[in-house]
Design a protein around this ligand. Structure first.
Ligand code: ZN
Length: 151
């Protein structure tokens, strides 16, 4: 298998026409995350309403895998509860570690097209970067929600 095989149609489509691309005005949480191995950067913003990811957007730059993965992740997590979004992140990591099969993971949607990336260990970080950003943003959002409750 060549690296070129990684760039399937679905991945290229997300790379060329990213979903949820941009930034949110007054997001509830945001973070910027880097993959120095490849030079990828993802800026993720999201807003929670009643423990649901009501809005989510990303920007950044880097290889097509990192940017396509961010597009797939935001598309999947929009409208999901925090718990569902965290489960998706967990499932995606399992897919990347080879502990989960794409055919058993319909809930991962287009993100299963990244399954082949796991055969290129140096690129796995490109695919998981957006999900790391998601976890950080959810942590931040939940912390700020708790802080608000205390006040
Ligand atoms: Zn990359």
């Amino acid at each position: 298998m060549e690296v070129d095989d990684l760039y399937q149609e679905v991945i290229l489509d997300h790379f060329k026409k990213p979903r949820c691309h941009g930034c949110l005005a007054g997001p509830c949480a945001g973070c910027t995350i880097y993959n120095p191995l490849c030079g990828d950067q993802i800026v993720l913003n999201l807003r929670l309403s009643d423990k649901v990811v009501s809005e989510i957007a990303f920007s950044g730059h880097g290889c097509s895998i990192s940017q396509a993965a961010a597009s797939m992740m935001t598309d999947l997590c929009r409208g999901k509860t925090v718990e569902q979004a965290r489960t998706l992140a967990q499932q995606f990591r399992e897919l990347m570690r080879g502990e989960r099969k794409s055919e058993d993971s319909p809930e991962l949607g287009d993100a299963i097209s990244l399954e082949g990336v796991r055969n290129f260990s140096s690129r796995v970080k490109c695919a998981t970067l957006a999900w790391e950003a998601l976890d950080r943003c959810l942590d931040n959002a939940e912390k700020s929600e708790q802080a608000e409750v205390k006040e």
